[in-house]
Design a protein around this ligand. Structure first.
Ligand code: UDX
Ligand code: UDX
Length: 415
């Protein structure tokens, strides 16, 4: 049982904090967003993530999970401080480290005892050193001893609680194997393989993993285009490939491509690191090119089927970047809707969880948001399924057809 502070109560920080509290630790989640913290203190969970609300409730009931916006309060007793703030992409593709820097500075200014700093956010290779330098430069007492441990997250949204509790592996990297082992001890109850390595290698494992998963998706999307032309069924091709254990079944679903806060950002950051090291990351660039082309391709498909998009009414089924989340970051629906509107179409849309976040992300009054697929379909010339929420798996084609102007459904996720 350890006393832990998590800095950043977002998708990763909240899940990590709630799960560590559930394993018996005393966890304080800190966020600079006071409104978010006030809500969490009242039991309001700010994101849609299956199982998270229950864990947060249990943490509050047992007194093992609490929330604050005050650094001094948050870290007064912390043996370990996890940094889980966001590291979004910047215009030049590098990861934006400003929030990590701010967190490291505040930790240093408020800490008065020895501590282990755990880098949970995805940070470029070498960031452990950056955090270390910032802390050293801002410590009020230079005698305080600290160690940095990189411990990347592998939590997919929608299954993040499950991914935490049943991980494929735990990766830790540090100049201090003892510090890494102390963090590893937190995860022992999960009985997962634990790999302790050096700092840079742990940081790289995260980027290489996400880049590989993104590559699998762009690969199958390229195969899908070839299948379309040659008359093969990409869904069965993926199944046939997936039986080969060297390939594996997962992350081979062709469709409108990947979105979300991680894959693009991490592939870009890795490409940026490679370019910075004098390399030309051709494969990584192609992964991104193929991915963003998929979004245009589905709009082109609609244009070809309808002759023209001008004056057409198009219904979008699913807005979040994947099912079981309300997250709209880099959601394919955003580009698809903008492109439809730019080509003169009227757009109707629905999503079981992301409607409000979509409205804020798309920021266009021309989009009409509906309650469900049937309301969306009313008067449509075509429907485009963008996010494969379960409720879209059992749609009644006859009912849809009866309310549509033309009975066209383009399945962007091959469901
Ligand atoms: C995470 C990781 O940290 C990122 O590196 C990874 O690649 C993807 O997942 P995520 O949890 O999705 O990011 O970010 P977000 O949901 O935006 O949460 C970050 C939180 O940190 C926000 O609540 C924000 O208010 C908070 N924050 C940000 C701070 O508390 N302090 C800061 O200085 C900046
Ligand atoms: C990803 C990683 O999976 C996770 O390990 C990491 O820590 C964070 O980034 P996430 O982005 O939440 O997680 O979801 P993921 O399930 O990997 O899907 C990402 C995107 O790829 C989604 O838009 C999804 O629809 C798309 N995708 C996924 C496909 O297009 N095809 C697939 O076969 C799988």
């Amino acid at each position: 049982m350890k006393t832990i502070t998590i800095v950043g109560a977002g998708y990763v920080g909240l899940v990590t904090g709630a799960c560590l509290a559930d394993l018996g630790n005393y966890v304080t989640c800190l966020d600079i967003d006071e409104q978010k913290i006030a809500g969490l203190q009242r039991g309001v969970v700010p994101i849609f993530e299956p199982g998270l609300g229950e864990l947060i409730g249990r943490g509050a009931d047992t007194g093992r999970l609490r929330f604050t916006a005050d650094y001094a309060d948050a870290i007064a007793k912390a043996e370990m401080i996890f940094i889980a703030v966001n590291t979004p992409a910047t215009g030049d593709w590098s990861a934006d480290m400003q929030y990590v820097r701010a967190a490291a500075e505040q930790i240093a200014k408020n800490i008065d005892h020895d501590v282990i700093i755990v880098n949970k956010s995805t940070m470029p290779v070498g960031s452990g050193d950056v955090v270390s330098e910032i802390i050293k430069a801002n410590l009020k007492n230079p005698d305080i001893h600290f160690e940095i441990v990189a411990n990347p997250e592998f939590l997919a949204q929608g299954t993040a609680v499950h991914d935490f509790q049943l991980p494929d592996r735990i990766v830790l990297g540090s100049y201090s194997p003892e510090a890494a082992q102390r963090v590893a001890d937190l995860y022992l109850p999960l009985r997962a393989p634990i790999m302790i390595t050096d700092l840079y290698t742990a940081e790289m494992i995260k980027y290489a993993s996400n880049a590989f998963l993104a590559t699998k998706i762009s690969f199958i999307n390229e195969i899908a285009r070839i299948c379309d032309r040659l008359g093969a069924d990409v869904k069965e091709v993926a199944v046939g490939m997936g039986y080969d254990q060297r390939i594996g079944k997962r992350h081979l679903a062709a469709g409108v491509g990947f979105g979300g806060s991680c894959f693009s950002k991490d592939v870009m950051a890795l490409a940026h690191m490679a370019a910075g090291a004098g390399l030309h990351p051709q494969l990584l660039n192609a992964v991104l090119d193929i991915n963003y082309d998929q979004r245009n391709e589905i709009v082109d498909k609609a244009a070809v089927l309808l002759g023209s998009l001008r004056g057409a009414v198009i219904g979008i089924l699913g807005l979040s970047f994947k099912p079981n989340t309300d997250d709209m970051r880099d959601a394919p629906s955003i580009d698809i809707i903008r492109s439809l509107l730019a080509q003169g179409a009227d757009v109707r849309a629905c999503d079981p969880a992301a409607k409000e976040k979509a409205r804020a992300a798309i920021q266009d009054d021309r989009v009409i948001y509906c309650e469900d697929a049937y309301e969306t379909a009313q008067g449509c010339d075509a429907l485009i399924l963008v996010t494969h929420w379960n409720e879209f798996r059992s749609l009644q084609p006859e009912t849809l057809k009866s309310v549509m102007r033309q009975p066209i459904l383009i399945d962007g996720r091959n469901i």
